[in-house]
Design a protein. Sequence first.
Length: 173
Amino acid sequence: MRERLAREARHRLDQQVAAAIPNYQEIDRDPYWHRFLLGVDPYTGRVRQALLNEAVASGNANRVIAFFRGFLQEERAGGTQASGRARSTPSKKPIYTRTQIDQLYAAHRRGAYTGREAEWARQEADIFAAIREGRVTGGPCRRSRAMIMTVPVPASTRRMRGLSSQHQESRFF
């Protein structure tokens, strides 16, 4: 009985979101949407994905719709926030350009960090954190193994696509 009620509630939620945002399923497949969700909500200081998951779990269609509208609004305003490429961060962490990342990896390949492996490890960890947190700007960088990451698919996406909880995707950042 509980499962049936949960399915019905989810179906109603999906219908309400579809009525307000007809292309929400298309948006949900957009990698910029997922980068947007990895960003921090400026009002709560929490990661947007966690907030969206809570809204979905509670069946709060208005909050779910607000996330999609917020993404679309930021995308129309210039795309910098919506695409996960915010130009400033409240935490004062460095913002990288794709070119800078390419140059750092090229320097590493040339041996610039020989004898300074711990420094390189910290640098690389910060680059990956910057990717996750949306602190990378600019166009695409050359494809290198360092910039291809396997990431878990957010729970809201898995539910909308009918995927297992173990599903992951490889994405180029």
